[in-house]
Design a protein around this ligand. Structure first.
Ligand code: SAH
Length: 285
């Protein structure tokens, strides 16, 4: 039976995330206390028709700080990545391991080269097929909450997308299974993870509503697309003591944490308001 905890302390403001250029812009000198204040928590709003993301063309940064070549060299990108991790810490991500892997995994390798200079903004960015890579903050948040449940031996991700979160998970967990329903995204993610030398992530083309029973039970299940309800098959594949994180809802979504305390008991906690692409059914070949 599901229990509800008072989520008030965790509630943050909804954010339509219809801009590609800016996320919650972290301010310098934000204290830990401030960092716990309501903040937008958005992830991977669909880019394209419907919830159209209008990306105003950005002019070059004043002073030419983002000169082409400068901003996209590996060294410059590594610098931006380190700064992104530092800002995530200021924004309330306290898990050092999560911050470490966020500072390590090259997010720019998971998106189009033309967007590389924007890879370390706290923004959802297009990855093709009408999908987006989730915002770094929400990725870090989900990883940190998953890890609060203890060691991650086996983890399932629903919604591989470009494979970024799977690459992070592979550094934090023993074995990762990640399911994607769109063939083109799945195949690109397979290539990327191979190129990056990730060996402990199995990428599956399939409908994640069914999970992947062969790899379970899982210590954590992370769902990167929002359904109206959490797919029951996923609950069945969660290990006792395990944690499932999923956005739930339609036009208004909430990140939901499910902790399995025994075979029959699941505890439900509602976290931030978020905005993810929809969880769909079937496989798109
Ligand atoms: N984890 C990704 C997020 C990608 S966006 C990242 O690191 O950025 C969410 C992804 O979920 C999309 O690629 C979408 O195609 C996929 N998705 C939606 N419904 C799904 C389903 N039923 N099974 C598997 N993947 C699904």
């Amino acid at each position: 039976m599901a229990e509800r905890k008072n989520p008030a302390s965790k509630v943050t403001t909804a954010n339509s995330n219809t801009r590609l250029t800016t996320g919650p812009s972290p301010r310098r000198g934000v204290s830990r206390a401030d960092a716990g204040m309501p903040r937008p928590a958005n992830s991977n709003t669909r880019v394209g028709a419907g919830l159209a993301v209008r990306a105003p063309r950005r002019d070059p940064e004043p002073g030419g700080a983002m000169l082409r070549g400068e901003a996209t060299s590996e060294a410059a990108l590594a610098g931006l990545r380190g700064r992104m991790a530092a800002l995530l810490a200021q924004q309330g991500i306290q898990d050092d391991e999560v911050l470490r892997v966020m500072a390590e995994v090259p997010r720019h390798r998971f998106i189009d080269e033309a967007l590389a200079s924007r890879a370390y903004e706290n923004a959802a960015l297009p990855i093709g097929a009408g999908q987006t890579i989730s915002q770094p903050w929400i990725v870090a948040r989900m990883l940190a909450v998953a890890r609060e449940g203890g060691a991650l031996h086996r983890v399932l991700e629903v919604g591989t997308g470009c494979g970024y979160q799977a690459a992070l998970l592979a550094r934090l967990a023993g074995q990762v299974v990640s399911v994607e329903r769109i063939r083109s995204l799945h195949e690109q993610a397979v290539d990327r993870l191979r190129t990056l030398g990730v060996r402990n992530a199995k990428l599956v083309l399939g409908d994640g509503n069914a999970g992947w029973p062969a790899g379970g039970p899982y210590d954590a299940i992370l769902v990167a697309a929002a359904g109206l309800h959490i797919p029951p098959a996923l609950l069945g594949q969660l290990a006792v003591g395990g944690r499932l994180l999923a956005p739930e809802g339609g036009s208004q979504q909430r990140l939901v944490l499910i902790e399995r305390s025994s075979r029959e008991r699941f505890r439900r906690t509602e976290l931030e308001f978020v905005r993810f692409v929809p969880l769909q059914t079937g496989v798109q070949l």
